[in-house]
Design a protein around this ligand. Structure first.
Ligand code: ADP
Length: 396
């Protein structure tokens, strides 16, 4: 069966068509500038890339253009829409309502809507993607896969904040965590690699990309994670500050003479390694600048690694031990220097880096020496494949 995986943002739509028998991606692409003008980039497997700038006034038009591209005589990969057996939608926030992926129906849509104020930039866009697909493929079963669901197993001691308890009851203020699809996918693979699938286990997954988070996974379940009520918390990221003293928001608003909204925008978009270095949010640029002697770029890299190592250490404490650690996502899979910088903090765990193995990029590999007590792996993440698998499991 072919599963159409949709990741819908406020002005963009990423998609993949995955053959669930072979797990092969038979087409993937991106719609950009929806509601502005519109650009479609469609990559069918084994065929030439197709680009179009046909107008995309709304998401329904964007979905319709993607479906046309998928079934087109020249750059299509299927004959007609009946060859799409199911649609898997990535949904950012499922609140406390969704601890698992679900088949989409009217009730589920209302429940996702109720989570909108927890993710006001993302959930409404995700819902628009669902309704656009439903309008064009009314008979096709659809599944919602949530970024937050995997973390719903966190215990109260990990997810509550030190705030008046009523805020949790009245406003659902708590840690939710994100990147759940990736943490779930990578931790499952890690358990296979260390041969502990149905055994007691303690592992830590470091998803280090533009947005970064680290998760403690005990016996296959998330027990703590570094992102919080929003994806701003935790690690220092590309442009996000990560954890800071909350009193700074008021201090900065006063100093900069800006509103709290503007301070939050600064923390989301102008901070992190970009704000520290003044160079870039991209770790390749930071590494190059650091090699050229740029001290702020060096500081940004050191701060990133230091904070990541601190979270790993705190999760070793949370679980009272660790069997294995995985690095994933853009930086975790590809940045040899940053992996080494983080690993340099881990010798207390009885871990030694295999420098030769660590010289690889983008492939599944063990980077700890065979003698290391704690095993460390690089495991490429694949959120689209994880969504396709979840979708198939629910409707298959
Ligand atoms: P997002 O959170 O947007 O999905 P990614 O997981 O793609 O982000 O991570 C982006 C980061 O990964 C960038 O800082 C980039 O430097 C790094 N990265 C991606 N590919 C490579 C590569 N081939 N070599 C080194 N770094 C890479």
């Amino acid at each position: 069966m072919n599963v159409f995986v949709v990741n819908c943002g406020s002005s963009s739509l990423k998609y993949q068509l995955i053959n669930s028998d072979t797990e092969e991606v038979i087409a993937k692409g991106l719609c950009e500038r929806i509601g502005i003008d519109g650009k479609l980039t469609h990559n069918p497997k084994g065929l030439d890339k197709y680009e179009s700038s046909e107008a995309m006034p709304d998401h329904k038009t964007a979905v319709s253009l993607v479906l046309e591209a998928l079934t087109d005589k020249e750059h299509g990969v299927i004959n007609d829409l009946s060859e799409i057996g199911a649609v898997g939608h990535r949904i950012v926030h499922g609140g406390e309502k969704f601890a698992k992926s679900v088949v989409i129906n009217d009730e589920v849509i209302s429940a996702i809507e109720e989570c909108n104020d927890l993710a006001p930039l993302h959930n409404p866009a995700n819902l628009i993607g669902i309704s656009a697909c439903r309008a064009l493929m009314p008979e096709t079963p659809m599944v919602a896969v949530f970024d937050t669901a995997f973390h719903q197993t966190m215990p109260k001691k990990a997810f509550l904040y030190g705030l008046p308890y009523e805020y949790y009851e009245d406003y659902k203020v708590r840690k939710y965590g994100f990147h759940g699809t990736s943490h779930s996918f990578v931790s499952k693979r890690l358990l296979e690699l260390i041969d502990k699938v149905n055994e007691p286990s303690k592992v830590i997954v470091c998803h280090l990309g533009n947005g970064s988070s680290i998760t403690a996974v005990k016996d296959g379940k998330s027990v703590d994670t570094s992102m919080g009520f929003t994806p701003l918390d935790g690690l220092i990221m590309g442009t996000r500050s990560g954890s800071i003293d909350p009193a700074l928001t008021q201090f900065l608003a006063a100093k900069l003479q800006v509103s709290l909204d503007e301070v939050i925008t600064i923390l989301n978009k102008k901070s992190g390694v970009e704000g520290i270095s003044g160079v870039s949010s991209d770790f390749r640029d930071l590494e190059a600048a650091s090699k050229d002697g740029n001290e702020r770029a060096t500081a940004a890299l050191e701060m990133f690694a230091y904070r990541a190592a601190q979270y790993i250490g705190s999760y070793v404490a949370s679980m009272n031990g660790v069997d294995a650690i995985a690095f994933t996502a853009g930086i975790g899979e590809n940045n040899i220097t940053v992996r080494k910088m983080i690993c340099d903090y881990l010798s207390y765990l009885g871990f030694e880096l295999d420098e030769k193995a660590n010289a690889n990029r983008g492939e599944e590999i063990m980077i700890s020496t065979p003698d290391s007590r704690v095993k460390v792996y690089v495991i490429p993440t694949n959120e689209e494949l994880a969504i396709a698998r979840e979708t198939l499991e629910l409707i298959g």
